[in-house]
Design a binder for this molecule. Structure first.
Ligand code: GTP
Ligand code: MG
Length: 406
């Protein structure tokens, strides 16, 4: 992966599983030699890998540019929330400061002091800031970009890492512009600011830079969503999943992306369920591992931001009473998930036809041989699909209520 700063997708199209072609072959041969147990064990390894992969995001820029505000916005936090980065004039530290994601501590944002604020030579900056430990870099400015920003990015490029130029506080520019302008043309003004930023970078020798114009306050305006999408698409399949789970559900598109990722997990979990020596569930014709189902539903909820803490953060960030948002949540799957609830779902669930698992079949034909509507695999598969549908629908309603874009 080069250090290009492009809106294009850098990775080959995903095969809709988290396995690369070689790993898919390994799955088939594991099944051939060790049966379902061996297959499920490889799949479990992948699930563990997905859940434990870390993402380190570096954010840098001059003092007062808006780094702290951006780091909070990306985590769905306000400056006054617990764990938030302090806003406004704060003591500038010389060390990178780590801010973990409130739901997913494996995702960290690192606030790097601006090059101009450190008291050591600029050429030592990449080493002192431990550049190699970050997955990608965000360079923030509230005005034009400087030689300092460009030099930093050249170092990032040398390491083969991605970087994004972010021009923040755009809401301020647009507000002032609209106040002053006679025949206001918002889009033309945005284009002017964009060109100004691009030209400032080109002058420093950065060819064809992309600049994202954002506001950390009005996150549903300007290029905030485009920035998130571009970052996601430039990551490999695993890190993309980690990044997407960390995004607060603030747009219907993000919810859609999260759904796509969670769907990719269902056949994996169903395969694991097929080997767990499922305990017969009283009153239900088929044995099924309830523990796995409960864990999966709780994980899905958190991934979508439908857990209590995430809904509370969304309410705080949008200024909506939390009751207004929770009123949109109709599924019993947000309360305590217990055996009885899952049992009722198992009894009431509609069976998923074979078409539903086709994607998995296409890449891992052996899955076809273990699939069956009455098996533990089939039950788990149907139930998790139904649960995901319900959770996604409810998340969509919450997002609409939070942002009044019904
Ligand atoms: N309107 C508006 N104000 C912003 C935005 N981002 C930051 N600010 C304000 O700009 C000021 C500086 O923001 P910070 O996020 O503290 O900037 P910083 O880069 O972390 O500053 P230092 O930590 O001092 O280097 C604060 O008063 C913020 O409220 C934005 O997108 N829109
Ligand atoms: Mg700060």
């Amino acid at each position: 992966m080069g250090g290009a700063n492009s809106r294009e997708t850098m990775n080959p199209p995903s095969n809709s599983t988290f396995f690369n072609p070689q790993e898919l072959k390994d799955l088939s041969s594991a099944y051939g030699s060790g049966g379902l147990e061996a297959l499920a064990s490889l799949i479990q390894d992948k699930v563990n890998h997905l859940n434990s992969t870390k993402l380190h995001i570096a954010v840098t820029g001059e003092s007062g540019a808006g780094k702290s505000s951006f780091i909070n916005a990306m985590r769905g936090l306000r400056g006054c929330d617990e764990g938030a980065a302090k806003i406004g004039n704060t003591e500038t530290t010389m060390e990178p400061t780590q801010y973990k994601h409130p739901s997913f501590p494996e995702v960290s944002f690192w606030d790097l002091p601006g090059v101009g604020t450190v008291n050591f030579p600029a050429k030592e900056y990449p080493t002192k800031m431990k550049f190699e430990q970050y997955d990608f870099f965000i360079v923030i400015s509230r005005n034009r970009f400087t030689e300092i920003d460009a030099n930093l990015v050249k170092e990032v490029k040398k390491l083969g890492k991605m970087f994004y130029f972010v021009r923040t506080q755009i809401d301020n520019d647009i507000r002032s512009y609209l106040f002053e302008a006679v025949n206001a043309d918002r889009e033309a003004e945005l284009a002017k600011i964009r060109n100004y930023c691009i030209r400032s970078l080109e002058k420093t020798g950065i060819a064809e830079p992309t600049v994202f114009l954002i506001s950390s306050i009005e996150i549903n305006e300007f290029d905030f969503a485009e920035l998130q999408k571009t970052i996601a698409n430039n990551l490999d399949d695993i890190k993309k999943d980690v990044f997407l789970k960390s995004l607060p559900s603030t747009t219907l598109n993000i919810v859609k992306e999260k759904e796509v990722q969670l769907k990719k997990r269902i056949w994996m979990l169903a395969t694991i369920a097929g080997t767990l020596g499922a305990v017969p569930v009283p009153g239900v014709a088929i044995a099924c591992d309830i523990g796995l189902l409960i864990t999966a539903i709780i994980d899905f909820r958190k991934y979508l931001g439908l857990d209590d803490a995430s809904i509370q953060r969304l309410a705080n960030a949008t200024g909506k009473p939390v009751e207004v948002l929770t009123a949109e949540v109709k599924t019993p799957l947000v309360g305590e998930i217990n055996k009885d609830l899952v049992k009722r779902m198992l009894l009431g669930g509609t069976a998923v036809g074979i078409a539903g698992v086709e994607t998995a079949f296409k890449f891992i034909p052996v899955i076809g041989s273990i699939f069956g509507a009455g098996t533990s695999f089939g039950m788990t598969y149907s139930l998790l699909n139904n649960a995901l549908d319900q959770l996604v629908q409810n998340t969509q309603e919450v997002v609409k209520a939070a942002f009044d874009n019904a």
